[in-house]
Write a protein that binds this ligand. Structure first.
Ligand SMILES: Nc1ncnc2c1ncn2[C@@H]1O[C@H](COP(=O)(O)OP(=O)(O)OP(=O)(O)O)[C@@H](O)[C@H]1O
Ligand SMILES: [Mg+2]
Length: 166
């Protein structure tokens, strides 16, 4: 069993607390605040989309882990090149910075979502982290639990408007 305490919490959302892994600086553990299906849903979604969204995802271990705080989803902890834990896109936005590479990655990410008709309901800015690497910023989508495997994102070609003429 993995032993966690609250000093290891690195961040949290409405549903889960995110702990650093006590034995692996490259991993984090996500624990539900109230036991439910969030981690199981995210793992199922990860398996369904990992080959489609590839580098835009933080990798996840194939099985949930047992900890003293409950079952955990084990994920790659996204860190910048200097070792700092990467900022969420929400925090990045508050710094008022603009970045053309990041914009291109967002466009490609959403293009993949539409092209593969993937249905995610939650693209809030805290569900993305922005990794600083020596090659520039890299976008990672780190919360997949809103994925709906039987629904599909609406197909853009179904929108009943004429395409632009030029
Ligand atoms: N793999 C990761 N690497 C680095 N930071 C992460 C990672 N996953 C999550 N975080 C940080 O932890 C925060 C909370 O994570 P996450 O979105 O998974 O929690 P949640 O409670 O499920 O979210 P929600 O509020 O959308 O239900 C994120 O905003 C992000 O800053
Ligand atoms: Mg979240």
């Amino acid at each position: 069993m993995i032993h966690l305490d609250h000093s290891m919490i690195i961040n949290e959302g409405a549903t889960r607390r995110c702990y650093r892994h006590p034995d692996d600086p490259g991993k984090c553990l996500k624990i539900e605040k109230r036991p439910g299906a969030a981690n199981a849903n995210e793992l199922q979604a990860y398996r369904a989309v990992q080959n489609l969204l590839g580098d835009y995802l933080a990798q996840c271990d194939p099985e949930l882990a047992v900890t003293n705080e409950g079952e955990a989803l084990v994920c790659e902890l996204v860190r910048d090149e200097n070792g700092t834990i990467s900022l969420s896109f929400g925090d990045f936005l508050r710094m008022g910075k603009k970045d053309a590479t990041l914009r291109r990655q967002f466009l490609e990410f959403f293009d993949l979502i539409v092209r593969h008709k993937l249905c995610f309901y939650d693209f809030n800015p805290k569900n993305f982290v922005i990794q600083r690497t020596e090659d520039g910023l890299r976008l990672k989508y780190t919360d997949l639990k809103s994925f709906h495997k039987t629904k599909t994102a609406f197909a853009l070609e179904k929108i009943p408007f004429s395409p632009p003429s030029n």
